[in-house]
Structure formats: C-alpha cells, structure tokens
Design a protein around this ligand. Structure first.
Ligand SMILES: [Cu+2]
Length: 386
C-alpha cells in the first residue's frame, strides 16, 4: 500500500476538480486497497496452481499413469477430445461378416473338486470393430474379454497366471474371498503364480488385472467373467449366454495402424467404442439364437473400466432378474437393470414369438458406440428394429 501512495503516477491530486480533493483522495485510497488485495490474490492463485501442478506430477509419477497414454505429466488435458467413434475400415460390412464372433455360450463346468484354470498373458493386436485394430494386454490369447470361467458353488478354483507380456500383471477375481495383497499380486514378465480360492458365492463376477494403473490395464482388455453356478440349481433354461460389456478409448482410429490407449479419454470417460464381448455390434451381424418358447439366460458382467451397462432386451421383459448377481432372490417383470462397472447380473427371458430381439445397454450412446446385439428367435423374416 505504501509504495502505491508513493507512486506519483497514481497521484491524482493535481487533476482534482475544485472542491473535490478529499473525495478523490478517499477514492484513490480505496482503489489502492483494492489493487493491493488483487495483487495478493493473484500471487496466492499462482502459488496454488503451481502446487496443484506439482501434486499432479507427483501423483502421476507414483501411480505410473504418466507412462500410459496421452496425459501430459502435469495432468492438463483439454476437452473435448478427438473421437474416433464409428470410424471403421471402408469395407466394414464385409469385415463384420468375416469376423468370427466371440463365443458367448456358457461353457460346461469342469469335473472334480478342483477347477484348474491356466491363463497366459500376451500383448496382442485384436480387432474391436470392423477393421479397427487395438494393442491389447490379453488374458490367454483371447483378446478381450478373457476366457469365460465356469465353476460350481463350493468348487476350488486353482488359478495359474503366466505372464507372457512385457510388464507386470495380476488377476483379481471378484468371486474370491482372499487377501488381495497375496493372491492378486503382480506377476513379473516370464513368471507364473498359482493361488487357490473356494468359489463359495454363486453368481457372475468380473475378473481383471489389478496392477496399477488399473484404469489402463482394464482399458487395455484385461478383464473377463467367471460364473459360479449355484449348488441348488437355478430354474432350467434352454440357452445360456455370457456377455461382458466394456468400453474402449483409442489414440487413433486404428484402421491403418493398431490404436493404443488414450488415457486422457479414459479419464474423461469418452469412449470411442463400447462392446459386448470385445467387438462392436458382433451379434448384430452374427446373432445369438434361440427357438420360440425357449427361455434364454444372460449372464452379464459390466467390465467398464468405468461405465455401467443398463441391460435391456427389446421386445420382452425379464421373467427373472438376479439383480447385482444376488442369487438368493430374483425380481420379476422388470424392463431394464443397471449392471455397475465391476458388477454382474443374471437375466432370464422366455420368448415365444419368432423375431429379432435386440439386447442393449439402454443408455443409448452405448448402442451408437457398438454395445448392441441381436437374439434371433426362430427364423424371422427381416432385420431388427434397433
Ligand atoms: Cu495388467
């Protein structure tokens, strides 16, 4: 303040109107105080911004986020980000037809008391939409999702993870009650690790790599579903399908060259593609099937990494919905059920009339981005409505 009054630049006393000297001085004093306060505020704000940037840098280096994708070390990313949604190779239809759809049928339960599961991790390029290639970190050479694991309640799962990739990975089973720091530990490249758990809780669960940064590992395809069938059998059905919903964040369109993760988009939750079982619209081109009068069971996991899936089958109503994978009770006559990222649910539909019945995430941006398929009941004429 003192220096302000000392400055002749701001001394208006020579330019005062006659008789207004006192009021001009008071005004000048107030202005002086205001400018002083603003100057102090500006210094504080700059300091706070610097601190925040330093903290972001420190966080980036401790989580390793800075090593994955396009987030600068200071965390400053402008929105919106460039989207590659819907950008396929020019001959998309032909490629979609030629693509072998991921097997959605629930596999049988292995015999015996111990279900031995061995997965080898591989870094591999997979297609996630027609002509769209992506660099995944994949469980067992499946791309994403990894293989469907099916066990029965009470069975022991003996899981062996072999890391054939370039960096440490791990596997976290949501179906397990086990110390995660022991069982879900990082496995170094070239190493194998075995752990066991008893699958005492029936339902459908996610499994995924839990190595930091988890967002990057899941976004790169490290997830899958484990179904634990209840010891007391569920109502009998004719067909059982497993759907793993997920979203993809690309740093290029993936057409000329395989895309990799855009971590800024993953953080901003702006996917380029969303899928069931890892490939956009694959069950539109190659529908799942049932016969008129059949009851079909969907075991659904939302892998995320971040977004939920609002599961709905167009043209029918769920006869039974085991919401949140709680197998102790089901709801009846429900239309849409939210499956949270990292969660699962089970749905039965009995469909009598032949036709094309789309199954979707009813958060419809997901349908545009590829999270839609068809259940073909009987041999209907024509195509689906969605
Ligand atoms: Cu991983």
């Amino acid at each position: 303040m003192a220096s302000y009054h000392a400055s002749p630049r701001y001394d208006w006393s020579d330019r005062r109107e006659p008789g207004s000297g006192a009021s001009v001085k008071i005004l000048a004093l107030f202005l002086g105080i205001a400018v002083g306060i603003l100057a102090v505020l500006a210094v504080v704000l700059v300091k706070t911004a610097d601190d925040a940037r330093d903290e972001a840098k420190a966080a980036a280096s401790t989580t390793g986020y800075a090593d994955h994708g396009a987030v600068p070390a200071d965390g400053a990313v402008s929105l919106p980000l460039q989207s590659f949604a819907g950008k396929t190779a020019p001959n998309a239809e032909e490629l979609a037809m030629a693509h072998a759809p991921a097997a959605a049928a629930l596999p049988p339960i292995p015999a015996g008391e111990i279900a031995r599961v061995h997965m080898t991790l591989k870094d591999m390029v997979v297609e996630i939409a027609p002509g769209v290639k992506y660099n995944t970190w994949a469980f067992d050479g499946h791309g994403a999702p990894g293989p469907i694991v099916h066990v029965r309640e009470g069975q022991t799962v003996e899981m062996t993870l072999t890391n054939g990739g370039a960096i440490p990975h791990s596997i976290d089973f949501h179906a397990a009650r086990i110390a995660p720091d022991v069982a879900f530990r990082d496995v170094a490249p070239g190493e194998s690790f075995t752990f066991r758990f008893v699958a005492n809780d029936p339902g459908v669960y996610m499994y995924h790599c839990g190595t930091k940064p988890v967002l990057a590992h899941i976004a790169n395809g490290m997830y899958g579903a484990i179904v634990v069938s209840p010891a007391k059998p569920l109502p009998k059905v004719d067909k059982e399908y497993v759907l793993v919903a997920s979203e993809w964040y690309l740093n290029s369109d993936g057409v000329e060259q395989a895309a990799s993760l855009d971590l800024a988009k993953a953080r901003a939750m702006q996917p380029d593609w969303t899928t069931f079982n890892g490939y956009a619209n694959q069950y539109v081109t190659h529908p799942l099937t049932s016969k008129p009068g059949d009851t079909v069971r969907f075991w659904v996991v939302a892998a995320g990494p971040t977004l939920d899936t609002d599961f709905h089958v167009v043209g029918t109503i769920f006869d039974r919905a085991w919401v949140n994978g709680d197998m102790t009770q089901f709801q009846q006559g429900v239309q849409t059920v939210g499956v949270p990222a990292g969660g699962g649910a089970v749905f039965d539909v009995k469909i009598d009339e032949p036709g094309m019945y789309p199954f979707v995430s009813h958060a419809f941006a997901h349908v545009d981005l590829g999270q839609v398929g068809l259940l073909k009941v009987g041999n209907p004429k024509g195509k689906g409505s969605h």
